[in-house]
Design a protein around this ligand. Sequence first.
Ligand code: BTN
Length: 268
Amino acid sequence: MAEIIYPRIWTLPTRLIGRSVEEHDSIDSTNSRALELAQNSANDGQVILAHEQSAGRGQYGRTWSAPSRSSVLLSVLLFPPAALRRPVIFTSWAAVAVGDLIFDLVGLQAKIKWPNDVLLHGKKVCGILIEQRTTGLPDHPLATIVGIGLNVSQSGENFQAANLPEAGSLLSLTGRSLDYSEVAEGLIRRLDDDYQELLEGQYQTLESQWIWRLGLLGRNVEVELADRRVQGRLLDLTFEGLLLEKDGCFERIAPEQVRHVTERTWPT
Ligand code: BTN
């Protein structure tokens, strides 16, 4: 069999995302590579996929690492129109796409933990890191990079050894061995399908899937903001805001202000 030379460039018959995929055997970070490509708007929809990262980035400055080909590590570079340039849209889009893909692959419904962790059986199977960069390009002033790490085939022992007891993979949580390339391709196709809906201004399906996968509507929650925590019953949740009620007092909070939302019980 002919040796594959990386990076390998391949293409999917999608509308935008994945028309060009740059697949690396090893790279520092797929998000960093996508940021390098953000100076050219012709790279809209470019996917960077890597079997392994030497400097993978997670949220809050953490690192993100996984053994080679155990995790689908990819970044999508986008130049979204102004209406879509909201973190809540991007985080929910990526998390819902991963949740729907997991259902297709293993028949189980994943939950979203605010803002954008995907949990299966309560364990984190996917992390998402969204980064934005101003480009200076007149027609495409802002590039958005959506980085996704979806754990596919690590063993439970692997997470224990890495001191990650709250993490899991599709294999460790379901016993299902999945083909790495099929998972990667399935994810890219789903991201592309769902992004087209957003470009067409159709947000309702995404919003309702996001609310359902969060599972917080109607629950007693604690909302962590930059400078304080708010408790209350979550009466309403949309892309426009959260509506909390406690002791007859109501508070509306924009999603972008919210760091975490956790279900809580407290004495009434
Ligand atoms: C998190 O901390 O939950 C977010 C993790 C995001 C990891 C992915 S892996 C592919 C992409 N490249 C990176 O360097 N990070 C993201």
